[in-house]
Design a protein around this ligand. Sequence first.
Ligand code: GLY
Length: 306
Amino acid sequence: MILAHGGAGSTPMTPVQRDCLVEALTIGFDVLRYGGRALDAVEATIRVLESGLFNAGLGARIQLDGVRRMDASITEGRTLRAGAVAGIERIRHPISAARLVMEKTEHVLLFGKHATRLAEHYKLERQPRVPTSLRKGMAPPKGSQKRTVGLYEEMEERETVGAVALDRDGNVAAGASTGGISYMLPGRIGDSPLIGCGVYADNDAGAVSMTGQGESIIRIAAAKEIVDQLESGTNPMTAARHTLNKLKKRIAGGEAGALVLTSNGRLAIYHNSPQMCAGYWKDSGKPVVYLYFPNRLTGRSLNDTY
Ligand code: GLY
């Protein structure tokens, strides 16, 4: 079983984004169908979503100083191993760099040029250079420019991506990849590379991948909060709803979305933002992708005609 998202926000997904999400779910599901590991399915799914249509990998936002810096993480529930990169540059698939940190080092999180250097050492594919005109950097908009920028962002909105998976052996995994938020200070790190905030996976309970404003998600360690509730027997929808309600109530601007998958195959997709571009593929049938998930998507009530 695989779930994936292309971000929570307020703008409808485009048909090409929808097709990309379907392709990502298909590739992840194929890994699982042929007996592959949840970890491999999560990485393969996110690599597709890093293709340029979402705010991750090739599509990652360019920051105020004209540099594209990306965050990503991956975690597996059997061993509780995790790997993450923050502020990595020029690498085509940050999710694969996160996996390198997990598998090739003794560490969990590498940042900046050190993360880039590790990825280059292992010859991960690089991105084309950001055009010189963009590399000069961009000042934050002032006065009437703000409206223009706001409109442009609504038209072009791209968001963080993520995935969670459950394989035949009962192992769960989670991952996330992002270019951060608009107009962030260079050096800012969001929730996506922080284990327990943007992602968490534990075979004793389940896996979670978050999307939304990192500053809010970090402050309540949202992914771990949801997994802890799963472990104490709460169903996935209730766990996600409790956590996102807390986010909204306690933290101004706490809009977010969550993919939740338990180790025994129950799932929920929940968001307190107007929309969330997300989908899933269960044991049979076809990939299902929607832009809006009312509060009744649970492992128990889920059906393909939903
Ligand atoms: N959730 C992505 C970020 O805030 O960076």
